[in-house]
Design a protein around this ligand. Structure first.
Ligand SMILES: C[S@@+](CC[C@H](N)C(=O)[O-])C[C@H]1O[C@@H](n2cnc3c(N)ncnc32)[C@H](O)[C@@H]1O
Length: 357
């Protein structure tokens, strides 16, 4: 039985957590302002705690502005105040400016999702990416328009996508590299970052990137792939057309999909995987699927990040997809008729690699 004191502590903790949710946008925008004005960086670079005056001088903000920010940042434990009313970064503040994963997640929230998230309920009720109208009222899904996003948003989108998948590519290739691969297909290959690493892993191999025509055009312009372009074929496709089936002229050894199936509803993902299975069967190819799974993360911070990121799919990407749980992904694979040979996890920051026959 809980004592009265324990019960009071529990209620106070719940109350505190509830207020941090009620005021989450205020805290978030205060951190945006503190990063953009250089306030957090000034604290990070200083060996001693800094006064309001010193921070005002360093950031060129008024004392009023610095005080408003410091009150919020101290209350939300981003900074700490000492007995002389001087401030230093807390561990949370250090994560916010020194940890790359926190940085890409933060910029993705700020520069890609912040305004669109206001349309969450509409998106969830209609199954449409209702937040996209913050960019352009005529856009149906985000993927053909990545190139049309404002520069800051585009940079944050690619940094988020690349950070999370890059960390897993090498680990996945270390598992796959003993297989003889002469020709592989990178479905949803985007700007070709996996393809580049895989071409280095199998130096005699060639690749085929299968993606929307807009992405293939971006990939062809990618300076990182300049010397590799003649080893890369492309097949433009829109998988949302239920009859679309990529025509690959070579014999395929490996079909790779990273952070791709999560761009589709369950029914669409099953339909795509059935078509992929046909391609795999015709060639005797292995299918490798890399996904972050919401219930297979290393810690609560990672689980929260993956669960929250699903709202990006609802509000911006397409209105009907999410990061899967292990049960959901396994169900999709089973329904497609593919058979899972092995599962490897955790891979990179928090991915799971499903190898299917
Ligand atoms: C989230 S990105 C993943 C990129 C990359 N594979 C990675 O691991 O970071 C999803 C990719 O799927 C592609 N895609 C989304 N919808 C598509 C569709 N309807 N048809 C073809 N490709 C699509 C996008 O263009 C994009 O390149």
């Amino acid at each position: 039985m809980m004592t009265l004191t324990q019960r009071k502590i529990e209620i106070l903790q719940a109350f505190e957590k509830a207020q941090s949710i009620a005021f989450a946008p205020f805290v978030f925008q205060a951190v945006v302002a503190a990063k953009e004005s250089g306030l957090l960086q000034a604290l990070g670079e200083s060996e001693t705690a800094l006064s309001i005056d010193a921070l005002a001088q360093k950031t060129k903000l008024s004392q009023y502005a610095v005080t408003v920010l410091c009150d919020i940042l101290a209350a939300s434990e981003v900074i700490e105040c000492d007995e002389n009313h001087a401030y230093r970064l807390s561990r949370v503040g250090e994560c916010l400016i020194y940890d790359r994963m926190t940085e890409v997640n933060f910029d993705f929230s700020d520069r890609v999702n912040y305004a669109p998230l206001k349309h969450t309920l509409e998106a969830l009720k209609t199954g449409r990416a209702a937040g996209l109208k913050e960019y352009d009222a005529n856009w149906q899904t985000i993927y053909p328009h990545l190139k049309d996003l404002p520069k800051d948003s585009r940079k944050a989108w690619f940094a988020f996508d690349h950070f999370h998948s890059d960390s897993a590519y090498q680990a996945a290739l270390n598992i796959l590299k003993t297989r003889p691969v002469r020709y592989f297909v990178d479905i949803g290959g985007n700007t070709g970052r996996f393809t580049k690493k895989a071409l280095a892993t199998w130096p005699e191999s060639r690749a085929c990137i299968v993606d929307l025509p807009e992405q293939i055009e971006l990939m062809r312009q990618n300076p990182d792939l300049k010397s590799l372009q003649d080893r890369i074929d492309t097949v433009p496709i829109n998988w949302l057309d239920p009859d679309a089936q990529p025509l690959i002229k070579e014999k395929v050894d490996l079909i790779w999909m990273s952070q791709f199936l999560d761009c589709f509803s369950r029914a669409e993902a099953v339909s795509i995987l059935k078509r992929v299975k046909n391609l795999a069967r015709q060639n005797g190819a292995t299918v490798a699927i890399l996904e972050p799974l919401v219930d297979h993360q290393r810690n609560r911070a990672a689980t929260l990040s993956i669960a929250c990121s699903s709202l990006y799919f609802s509000c911006l990407a397409n209105g009907n997809s999410k990061f899967f749980s292990s049960e959901e992904l396994q169900g999709i694979i089973n329904e497609s008729g593919l058979v899972v040979e092995s599962v490897h996890e955790p891979i990179g920051v928090g991915h799971s690699l499903y190898i299917c026959g």
